[in-house]
Design a protein around this ligand. Structure first.
Ligand SMILES: C[S@@+](CC[C@H](N)C(=O)[O-])C[C@H]1O[C@@H](n2cnc3c(N)ncnc32)[C@H](O)[C@@H]1O
Length: 274
């Protein structure tokens, strides 16, 4: 049985701006062509539903392309940031995730944001755009090369007055921020070397206030999170993080798995409550 796609493809979107700006059409067309081949099972009440076990990266990509094609207007600044980061590892957050971070920062009315892991500044631009004019984002990066790319991208985005990239091992900069009695951050985004995530998380809680939100990327790692046989230090770092979150009385935790153009992964969230 053929399945109807919710709404329409970007190409058929009722808003002409979305139609014109959509970048997802090619992926969506490919998806539409292939979906007939997907296994369909009957859900409650006989409603047809996709068999998620039959789904794969290609379909996750297509759904990302469809939703971002519809919901993210053309953005030359972000496009240029991606283009000019081409020499760096391809490990920035996905466009949908950047938009989600932006939304979270606005939801908590963040005036002060700490980011651990800058790369080319892609997530920093999404987060920096959520700040008020007098807001501040400090982004920590170990690589001079990455920081140089990020600074150019941040300047092009018109955010250099509120986004600062600090170059050093993040553990050193975090210790310095504490020693300087830096004002607490409303939102902390942790996205650097994964094995050090527990230490970054502990520092983030110390540098937060009640009501701050801490977001950690790449927690699920294609399920390696629960592979007890694995001695992958990044997966082990994330397991230690989950245990740490379970015993940290000053936060309320949540973990959400994600799929999309960045594959299968997940975010951890902590609301600081004490
Ligand atoms: C996943 S990337 C960050 C992506 C960025 N948040 C984005 O979505 O656009 C991780 C970054 O952390 C940096 N990094 C790795 N180890 C670090 C450390 N010990 N201290 C600071 N930054 C580090 C890497 O150089 C890399 O640029």
């Amino acid at each position: 049985m053929a399945l109807e796609v919710a709404g329409s493809t970007p190409a058929g979107h009722p808003n002409p701006e979305v139609r014109a700006q959509s970048t997802g059409t090619a992926y969506v067309s490919a998806w539409l062509a292939r979906r007939a081949a997907l296994a369909v099972r009957r859900g409650p009440g006989g409603t047809p539903a996709l068999d998620w076990r039959a789904m794969c990266d290609e379909h996750w990509d297509a759904v990302d392309a469809y939703t971002t094609g519809c919901l993210q207007p053309a953005d030359p600044v972000l496009d240029a940031a991606i283009r000019d980061s081409a020499s760096l590892p391809n490990i920035a957050v996905a466009p949908a995730q950047g938009q989600f971070l932006h939304l979270l920062a606005r939801a908590v009315k963040a005036r002060r944001i700490l980011e651990i892991g800058t790369l080319g500044g892609y997530s920093a631009i999404w987060l920096g755009r959520a700040l008020p004019d007098d807001g501040r984002l400090i982004s920590l990066e170990i690589s001079d090369e990455h920081a140089a790319v990020a600074r150019r991208n941040i300047e092009r985005a018109g955010l250099d007055n509120r986004v600062e990239v600090r170059v050093a091992p993040a553990l050193d900069t975090l210790a310095q921020l504490k020693a300087d009695h830096e004002a607490p951050f409303d939102l902390v985004f942790i996205d650097a070397d994964k094995r050090n995530t527990p230490a970054y998380f502990a520092a983030a809680v110390d540098l937060a206030h009640i009501g701050s939100l801490i977001v950690v990327d790449n927690v699920v790692r294609q399920g390696k999170l629960i592979d007890l046989e694995s001695d992958d230090p990044d997966a082990m770092g994330m397991r230690r993080l989950i245990e740490q979150m379970a015993s940290e009385r000053r936060i309320t935790p949540a973990v959400i798995q994600t799929v999309g153009v960045k594959g299968w992964d997940g975010f951890a969230f902590a609301l600081v409550i004490g």
